[in-house]
Design a protein around this ligand. Structure first.
Ligand SMILES: [Cu+2]
Length: 269
């Protein structure tokens, strides 16, 4: 009887952590590899990307910074509030314009305000990075920004092969973290920046409901590996990475999110 109760309790804990942790902060730009610079739009909904929803309402972000060749541009005040249309309902989100000037890598780093997950009575704060490249010249996609929680990629996150292996290191202020859970989801509903929402039609169908998400763990060096099944945008969320574990009298999970773009190689013959 006791064992059965214990099993039941364990199951319940597993279930709640699963539903609550499938959140992904987005920092989305259409096409991470660009032939030339110019203006771009960064869409920042907080959602479950494998299903295009439900949406979680964001508070005003703490910071949004563009890093390019050692130069930082603060975009926090440029970000504007909007209503994001998910596949299931709307929620407050943010959007920002940015200008890419010159060749190389642009690392965008978003620090959102902690989000109160009511089902867990705990806060979630996802430090999120997206790397955009202009002109094919790599200039620092692999450097750590020494964020509280961060995924540092082992290869260009904008130029991953569909069907290839992707790996990265989970870090807290530049120090690798072993044994961290990393959740992986596919951006299954295309972002439509003009209509501030996701398109209704998904790209893929999951073989079963719980296979919309993969959970992997970092090894002793803080590294995780993931075979990327197909082209598109993939999100990686490393959970409870940062040192701060309390906020406003409640538990806080400082997560690290990284977005990558995988590309299909086209055979000519
Ligand atoms: Cu959620």
């Amino acid at each position: 009887m006791q064992i059965r109760l214990l099993l039941l309790a364990t199951l319940l804990v597993l279930q709640t952590s699963q539903t609550a942790s499938a959140h992904f902060q987005m920092l989305q730009v259409d096409q991470y590899m660009r032939a030339r610079g110019g203006p771009i739009t960064l869409s920042m909904p907080f959602t479950h990307p494998s299903n295009g929803g439900p949406m979680m309402a964001m508070d005003e972000p703490h910071s949004l910074v563009m890093h390019h060749k050692g130069k930082q541009t603060d975009l926090t005040d440029v970000a504007t509030e909007l209503e994001w249309q998910g596949a299931k309902g709307k929620a407050k989100a943010y959007q920002s314009e940015a200008k890419l000037r010159g060749l190389g890598d642009y690392i965008f780093a978003l620090t959102p305000a902690p989000y109160l997950e009511e089902s867990e009575d705990a806060y979630i704060q996802q430090f999120t990075k997206t790397v955009i490249n202009v002109g094919g010249l790599p200039t620092g996609w692999d450097r750590s920004l020494l964020l509280e929680a961060e995924i540092v990629p082992d290869q260009q996150p904008y130029g991953v092969y569909a069907g290839g292996l992707f790996s990265g290191v989970v870090m807290a202020k530049g120090k690798p973290k072993a044994g961290v859970e990393v959740e992986v989801e596919f951006l299954n509903h295309p972002v439509n920046a003009e209509k501030n929402g996701f398109d209704d039609l998904p790209f893929i169908e999951y073989p079963s409901e719980n296979l919309n998400i993969q959970t992997i763990r970092t090894d002793n060096n803080g590294r995780f590996f993931f075979g990327v099944p197909h082209a598109g945008y993939w999100g990686f969320a490393a959970l409870s990475v940062g040192e701060s574990t309390r906020y406003m009298g409640k538990d806080l999970s400082q997560d690290a999110v990284l977005w990558i773009q995988a590309h299909q190689l086209k055979r000519l013959r």
